[in-house]
Design a protein around this ligand. Structure first.
Ligand code: SF4
Length: 218
């Protein structure tokens, strides 16, 4: 039962709230989350521009009502119990039950970090409305198809783990190592992160000793 889930008991202050977007970034790559949310690094590439274009279509706050369905766009979200803050692209209210819909560019495909973002929106909506939010969806703009996300116990537990790890990483203020794997191919932060360089320990050591030699010669 969702009511019996092992939810965080603490209430976080406003200054302790972390962005819902950081959950997705951390789940994708902890170094990416640290670069964006600690170092304030942000770079555009084809994928971020496509994402921005998709979001521009739903970023205007507004409300539509169609019978028993109410649609809120660009709705602010927060949860003091989870310590999260952010914004939902779209929330459909089917009667009283909220149903968050997150817009993504690209074709329909399952990705855990996208699911965690929907689940983070769901737990915020639960706290804000007092209603259970058992599911939400990702709208994949390229294929114009929805993929429903079940906010079940397993996903909520994973969300709790990721939020705790993210909070600790932000508190420690340390840049994690670069995994330098297939995730880097589509990452917009490649030129700031330099994953192939920092993942190559021998090369880093050589660069370090070269730097030291220049300083000595000078
Ligand atoms: S380039 Fe790779 S290691 Fe660096 S932030 Fe992006 S995904 Fe992470």
């Amino acid at each position: 039962m969702m009511e019996e889930l092992d939810k965080p008991a603490a209430e976080f202050d406003e200054s302790d709230l972390i962005p819902i977007s950081a959950v997705q970034h951390y789940s994708y790559c902890p170094r990416q989350a640290a670069l964006i949310h600690l170092e304030q690094v942000w770079e555009e590439n084809l994928y971020t521009l496509r994402g921005r274009f998709v979001h521009e279509e739903v970023d205007q706050p507004g409300e539509e009502v169609d019978g028993n369905l109410r649609i809120e766009r660009s709705l602010p979200l927060w949860s003091r119990r989870w310590g999260l803050v952010g914004k939902a692209d779209v929330v459909e209210f089917h009667g009283l039950t909220p149903y968050p819909v997150d817009y993504k560019h690209g074709p329909r495909r399952p990705r855990t970090h996208d699911d965690l973002q929907v689940c983070a929106q769901a737990v915020c909506l639960e706290e804000m409305t007092g209603q259970l939010v058992p599911r939400g969806a990702i709208y994949h703009a390229t294929s114009r198809r929805r993929r429903e996300v079940e906010c079940d116990e397993a996903l909520r537990r994973r969300l709790r783990e990721v939020v705790a790890a993210l909070r600790e990483a932000l508190r420690r203020d340390i840049l994690p190592p670069a995994p330098n794997d297939k995730r880097c191919r589509q990452c917009s932060l490649k030129s700031s992160c330099l994953p192939t360089v920092v993942a190559d320990a021998r090369r880093m050591a050589r660069l370090g000793s070269d730097l030291y030699r220049v300083e000595e010669d000078g």
